[in-house]
Write a protein that binds this ligand. Sequence first.
Ligand SMILES: C[S@@+](CC[C@H](N)C(=O)[O-])C[C@H]1O[C@@H](n2cnc3c(N)ncnc32)[C@H](O)[C@@H]1O
Length: 344
Amino acid sequence: MSALAMDASSPRALLHLLFNGARAVDVLETALALGLLDVLEPGPVTLGALAAQHKLVPGRLYKFLDCLESLGLVKREQDSDALESARYRAVPGLRAAAESVLGLHSLERDREQYAWQELRGRLPEVLRGAHSMSTASFDWPPRTASQVEGFESSMAAGLGPILETFRTHAESLFSAGARLLDVGGGDGTLAGHLLRDHAGLSVDVYNLPATEPLVARTRQRFEHPAARMGFVGGDFLREALPTGYSALSFVRVLHDWPAEVARSLMKAAYDALPSGGRILICEEFRTPERLAAQFFWSYFLMGVDSCVSRLREVDFYLRTLEDVGFHAPHVKPGPFELVVAHKP
Ligand SMILES: C[S@@+](CC[C@H](N)C(=O)[O-])C[C@H]1O[C@@H](n2cnc3c(N)ncnc32)[C@H](O)[C@@H]1O
């Protein structure tokens, strides 16, 4: 279990915490807003110092910190019953995690706009196949203009950690003159950022034709010329991938499909690339933390059969890339690991 997961030391403890979820979020939002996490994370800090610094009532702050401790998010050392001398330290990464999960522009807040309430309380029927998400609310792939726009902007909102990985490995990813096709490239936000970071790069976004206006808008927003940032409309389930690129990327695309489709897309990439061309896969790999982050979609997509949503271990991608002919598949570390391989 990751250090940031709830301290579910027993099923009962986990269930108590879950039942108190709204209150737990209130506590964490408050800790974030008051700046307590900034002090607690480097820690250790005594309760007395924390209370004095933030003008808080020590006895109340103690109970507040008990809430955080029960979540497994702070550790306490206390030698006596004197509250003020108790020392606290937050688990590493808590400040950034709270900002990312609870902050104003968090993915979880964005997800609230989806019609998950259509499933709430009706899971028995959902599981029996008698009730589904209405296609007016959500369809996969998204169909109406507003679905396409809403979904792609949700995706773009979650690109932060992916961009961080691309930036960490910038030197080794794109040489001057590289031409990238970003397959299933959303509204082009990733392309826009990559172009900003790499002067010698050009990127075409490959996506369903309905996304073209979104990509055009993104290109304008980034002020990239059409010669550097293009759009290729197509459906990868029905046609071969276009050729003429030195690299093809699949970012959060392959997990949407059953293994045989994911494999056929990797094979299609192999066929489209020239010798020496590279495939880049940045995925929702199956790790405890990623599965937790995916909780919303695991729940929501129970009502959407056309989207399989399969988080797979990174080994699946490494093995399949080798099977379809790629050489030296390897993982570049980062908040969203990047799998890279080349065509011999
Ligand atoms: C989960 S989103 C990921 C978007 C983007 N790569 C990102 O990470 O932000 C999957 C993308 O695949 C695209 N897609 C779905 N089915 C497709 C198809 N049959 N052909 C081409 N693109 C498709 C969707 O339109 C969407 O942009």
